[in-house]
Design a protein around this ligand. Structure first.
Ligand code: ADP
Ligand code: MG
Length: 363
């Protein structure tokens, strides 16, 4: 079965008139299944005792333009290594590395459903979902990027204008619209996107009283999985219900980690939440893939972050790191993945190599 991409005028009568599926009005009764999201909110609400708080030493030095203190009066920055940037306590919740499988990343067989998650914003989730997706499509895999972020950056980054589609992930999650009806082709062969708009922000709240609120995406995804080799779910920068939907629908979690200050902050919280989803909603879920992003080879810190992440996550960490390049950050405004925007740039090569590594090569 192949995905049908519907035209604008093919919506069902029911959708056109805004009628809703009767099941949508269902509300949760006391004692409904697992309240994973509730547990997560609780977990999020106790920052004081948080063992994975960023150690002071992870704080970025002041940026000179933003600072009102004359440069001469500011204390000289202490090198990261001397400040004990990567203290063991950051990793109290992180499992010990599993050295048993050697140090090379081991690709899983397709179809693969991967949630690209990290509750921090700006770490390269969307950039990785879009460009890894494009790299995989170039190899010949059929790839679907699901935009679960109300910012819709994966949507626009793949050249889809919000005015050009009528059904989005909001409809899929809140109105039980079929996912296949929301899928749009991109300018790249084999690469599709299920778009998001700002409406999706409302779903975070509107989902709260609905039945099976954590499993909306998983149910919607079932029918399209056979159509794709890779489904990459671009999660928003939070651990709310939308992200829980992404995690509950995936088999694997891909965590982009920015090789920068604060890189490790919050990672323990993410892993705890993955564990919560795994034990309550989706036992297959596993963090399988760590991608180091925005790597600046000129800084010692990037190297230290990369080393520390490898020590703890072993062969889950992809050997190919993504460099920080201006071209990567320019590509989204042209609605193109870097592999199409500037095919021979360092960023394009890095994402292409990453796609080979993650997939094991040929399709
Ligand atoms: P997230 O989805 O985690 O919030 P994004 O992928 O949107 O993060 O990236 C945040 C910002 O950093 C964007 O402006 C993006 O263009 C830029 N960016 C991401 N990866 C790189 C990179 N490797 N080099 C330079 N800029 C990058
Ligand atoms: Mg994003």
């Amino acid at each position: 079965m192949r995905v049908r991409i519907r035209g604008r005028d093919q919506r069902s009568e029911q959708e056109k008139h805004g009628q809703e599926d009767p099941s949508q009005g269902e509300t949760r009764a006391a004692g409904d299944p697992v309240d994973v999201a509730d547990e997560m909110y609780e977990a999020t609400a106790v920052p004081a005792a948080e063992p994975i708080e960023a150690p002071e030493a992870l704080e970025a030095p002041e940026v000179s333009e933003a600072s009102e203190v004359p440069a001469a009066d500011r204390p000289a920055p202490v090198p990261a290594a001397e400040r004990g940037v990567h203290q063991a306590r950051v990793w109290t919740d992180v499992p010990e590395p599993d050295g048993s499988q050697g140090d090379a990343y081991v690709p899983r067989p397709v179809p693969r459903v991967m949630a690209v998650a990290n509750q921090k914003g700006g770490v390269g989730k969307t950039t990785t979902a879009v460009n890894l997706g494009a790299g995989l499509a170039e190899i010949g895999f059929r790839v679907l990027v699901i935009d679960l972020d109300p910012q819709g950056n994966a949507t626009t980054g793949l050249g889809i204008d919000a005015r050009s589609f009528e059904l989005s992930m909001y409809d899929v999650v809140m109105r039980d619209t079929k996912l296949e009806d929301a899928i749009e082709p991109t300018s790249m062969k084999n690469l599709f996107v299920a778009p998001a708009t700002i409406d999706l922000a409302g779903a975070e709240i509107e989902l709260v009283p609905t039945f099976s609120r954590e499993l909306k995406l998983r149910r919607a995804l079932e029918s399209v999985i056979p159509d794709f080799d890779y489904i990459l779910i671009d999660c928003p920068p939070s651990l709310g219900l939308i992200t829980v939907n992404g995690l509950a629908a995936a088999d694997e979690v891909l965590v982009p980690i920015q090789c920068e200050y604060y890189a490790l902050e919050g990672l323990g919280q993410l892993l705890r939440n993955v564990h919560l989803v795994q034990s309550n909603l989706n036992e297959k879920l596993e963090v399988t893939t760590i991608v180091l992003t925005m790597y600046d080879a000129r800084t010692k810190l990037a190297e230290q972050v990369a080393e520390e992440v490898r020590t703890h996550f072993g062969n889950k960490v992809c050997r190919n790191v993504i460099p920080r390049t201006v071209r990567i950050s320019e590509a989204p405004s042209f609605g193109q993945p870097i592999t199409a925007f500037d095919p021979s740039s360092r960023g394009a090569i890095a994402y292409r190599e990453l796609a080979k590594e993650v997939s094991g090569g040929a399709s």
